[in-house]
Design a protein around this ligand. Structure first.
Ligand code: HEM
Length: 426
């Protein structure tokens, strides 16, 4: 087998399959060989070039004209006719939002919509996050055992995402199903028979998003980011378009919800796998902000992102012809020895932990990063204060097979409720 530029494909490149368990369990480990020996390789199974080193990935992020984000939300596995017909029957038309918008449209829109993310605006959400975290922990603190994902980490970031966007709180369970379907539809490899069910869920999600937006149009004075967008649309109709608003109403829920839920689950898993580190964090919660960064670096919730090459280019000495699709494995960049000393070591005092690329980099860097950080810090603070004695229960971790969004589907922990600090020192 040969690459599109005519070079032979190595055996490991030919075998690379991001829908396989090896990648799911530990993406940076799965591509260690590439990071060390063949940092940019062609994947015949995916029809993408795969980029694994820190400097190469940063260079790609830096130039969003040559390396366009237009395919960031494109289905990585093209669906069959039947699924496409189902999607069409719902009028599904997810299009450009921000994350997949090219210049010159992107920057004016990003600027027009930035206000809701400034620190003073984000402060308004903090008491709600704290209160939710306390309430959810109250529900299971006397049980001695919990699945942190099912019993807390999935729902709170969803609630926060809905509040942030300005959506009413109803239909949580339906939304949960829909948003997972969107992940599989966009970044997964559903089998032909699954594709149709996924398409129905995505179609319903799309229509639901449209209905919510219509409701918001009737009362655009609400405090959410979507209402803010509707108000901006009045001044800048060609910047904040209807297509943008409907697409963001759907994509925004996933952007704010799954990423943060998964990031917290990954972080707690990592911390509890290092009980000495967890003890230190519990004894000195001022370590939490940098611990969150190190968790995002070591075991982030977005494992890889995408770009398409718009003009013949070279990265790391490899020719990438115009039209090439790139899978940029940010989780691998985060374990690159060339940028992070002793990169596999989990070190919550690492001074460049926040150089990680889990939020992307450059003109499209995650707008919600400080909201996500705030949520993660509050969750860790509440766990450290109220459940410092928790430990991981024996279990196998499972992941939804896809290239990009990554977190354990369940995270079982256990503790002795007799030793709950609020009983022993009320
Ligand atoms: C963009 C990751 C949470 C909103 C992105 C990108 C990544 C990412 C990888 C693309 C960056 C690029 O192309 O350079 C994450 C992770 C999160 C998280 C790992 C949680 C730990 C959130 C939250 C929101 C949000 C809570 C809130 C609404 C956005 C938006 C963009 C974006 C609007 C598009 C920015 C643009 O293209 O200009 N995020 N995200 N994200 N994220 Fe997040």
């Amino acid at each position: 087998e040969r690459t599109p530029t005519g070079c032979p494909v190595s055996q490991r490149a030919a075998d690379f399959d991001p829908f396989e368990n090896g990648y799911q369990q530990d993406p940076p480990e799965y591509v260690r060989w590439a990071r060390e020996q063949e940092p940019i390789f062609w994947s015949p199974k995916l029809n993408y070039w795969v980029v694994t080193r820190y400097d190469d990935i940063k260079a790609i992020f830096r130039d969003n004209i040559t390396f366009s984000p237009a395919i960031a939300l494109e289905k990585i596995t093209p669906t069959g006719d039947e699924a496409n017909a189902v999607l069409a029957s719902y009028g599904f038309a997810l299009n450009r939002t921000l994350v997949n918008e090219d210049e010159p449209a992107h920057m004016p829109r990003r600027r027009a919509l930035m206000h809701s993310f400034i620190p003073e605006e984000l402060k308004h959400h903090e008491p709600m996050v704290r209160e939710l975290a306390r309430e959810y922990v109250d529900r299971f603190i006397d049980d001695g055992r919990a699945d942190l994902v099912d019993q807390m980490l999935w729902e709170i970031p969803l609630t926060v995402a809905l509040h942030f966007l300005g959506v009413p709180e109803e239909d949580m369970d339906t939304l949960r199903k829909y948003s997972i379907a969107h992940t599989v539809n966009t970044w997964g490899r559903p089998k032909p028979e699954e594709q149709v069910a996924v398409a129905h869920a995505v179609g319903n999600f799309w229509q639901y998003a449209g209905k919510v937006l219509d409701k918001m149009r009737e009362n655009p004075e609400g405090g959410g980011w979507m209402q803010y967008g509707l108000r901006r649309q009045r001044e800048l109709p060609e910047v904040v378009t209807d297509s943008y608003l409907h697409s963001m109403m759907m994509a925004g829920i996933v952007a704010a919800h799954e990423t943060t839920a998964n990031a917290t689950a990954n972080a707690m898993k990592l911390l509890l796998q290092h009980p000495d580190v967890w003890r230190e964090v519990c004894e000195d919660p001022s370590l939490i902000p940098n611990a969150v960064e190190e968790c995002l670096r070591h075991n982030g919730s977005v494992a890889a992102w995408r770009r398409i090459v718009t003009a013949d280019a070279q990265v790391g000495g490899v020719d990438l012809p115009a039209g090439s699709k790139l899978l940029i494995v940010t989780s691998s960049a985060n374990h690159d020895e060339g940028h992070f000393a002793d990169a596999d070591l989990f070190d919550i005092r690492r001074d460049n932990a926040s150089d990680h690329l889990t939020f992307g980099y450059g003109s499209h860097q995650c707008m919600g990063k400080n909201l996500a950080r705030m949520e993660m810090q509050i969750f860790l603070e509440e766990f450290a204060r109220r459940l410092p004695h928790m430990r991981l229960a024996p279990q196998q971790f499972s992941y939804v097979p896809n290239t990009s969004f990554r977190g354990p589907e369940h995270l079982w922990v256990e503790w002795d409720p007799k030793h709950n600090p609020e009983r022993t020192q009320p």
